[in-house]
Design a protein around this ligand. Structure first.
Ligand code: SAM
Length: 286
């Protein structure tokens, strides 16, 4: 069965009475070139265990299974179950778990299902949870090598923007703290059924084994980052002093001492600047 053939997909839907749930971000890939490319560029090989988030009808799952050692796929929509029995039933290295990725203990899953294998994440993400999924995968410091995911083009631009440029956001800082992100290729709306309204892009984040930057209190570090971006067009010292209740004069003095202009905006800061900012707040908020 060809899972990128619209005629065959519709027959499958009719047979099992499936209809799309828009709120679950269900845009299934029908461009036959895209899934093989995601699996290849995601570095999936015969030694790799793969976590997939959102199987749909299994079109990417099959490509991952063809190259990887084992695929564990999480899917929230149980109505896809009979379809997946038919489309993946012949594969012995795939396990589908019907669960919400955001509520799943992924550390436990990795130790239960992959025992010692190198693990990567590959997915055409449901766009409504792009940021929380990426943050969960990174913040939990899971033993994974890389994350290769399709996201909206705008999210890809934000995530992969160099720090210190206008496109970056708190998500950019978080991603760069834990990994080295890069854009792989863009995908047009016509590659999906139903077609989304926006262009998409596949990105890959290679997780640092030894992160170049560290913060003892990561929660505080990310609160600083989020506050710095909370009024992104405003001068940094204002939202930071307000949120943390730190006198502005003392803050400005410290910022200047580490080479950050108090008039700077969050989007102008480097990772080193954010780490310095975090240390300053850690000192002054006491
Ligand atoms: N991989 C398939 C493809 O490329 O055709 C489907 C991708 S579709 C963009 C996203 C999939 O994620 C849908 O099947 C949807 O039901 C599933 N999904 C949505 N929210 C989810 C969640 N919280 N946890 C797990 N899967 C979810």
């Amino acid at each position: 069965m060809k899972l990128t053939d619209i005629g065959q997909i519709k027959q499958l839907f009719d047979k099992y009475g499936f209809s799309f749930t828009k709120s679950l971000g269900q845009n299934f890939l029908i461009n036959p070139t895209v899934c093989p490319k995601i699996a290849e560029l995601g570095g999936v090989d015969g030694d790799t265990g793969v976590i997939e988030i959102g199987t749909g009808i299994g079109v990417l799952t099959r490509e991952l299974a063809a190259r990887g050692k084992k695929v564990v796929a999480l899917e929230i929509d149980k109505t896809l179950s009979p379809i997946l029995d038919e489309t993946l039933g012949d594969l012995n290295n795939v396990e589908v778990i019907f669960a919400d990725v955001l509520k799943t203990d992924l550390r436990q899953l990795i130790s239960d299902k992959f025992g010692g294998m190198e693990v990567t994440v590959c997915a055409n993400l449901p766009y409504y949870i792009t940021s929380p999924v990426i943050m969960k995968l990174l913040e939990e410091r899971l033993p994974i090598k890389s994350i290769t995911v399709m996201v909206q083009l705008e999210a890809a631009q934000r995530i992969c923007a160099p720090l210190g440029t206008r496109d970056c956001s708190s998500l950019t800082v978080a991603v760069n703290f834990y990994s080295k992100p890069r854009r792989l290729f863009n995908v047009k709306p016509g590659s999906f059924i139903p077609a989304p309204k926006v262009d998409s892009s596949v990105i890959r984040m290679d997780i640092y084994e030894q992160p170049p930057y560290t913060a003892e209190d990561e929660a505080l570090f990310f609160t600083c980052v989020r506050q710095a971006f909370s009024q992104r067009r405003k001068q940094l010292a204002n939202p930071i002093s307000g949120y943390f209740g730190i006198p502005k004069d003392a803050l400005c003095e410290k910022l200047i001492s580490v080479g950050i202009k108090p008039t700077a905006r969050a989007e102008e800061l480097s990772m080193e600047d954010f780490v310095n900012l975090y240390h300053i707040i850690e000192q002054l908020k006491k």
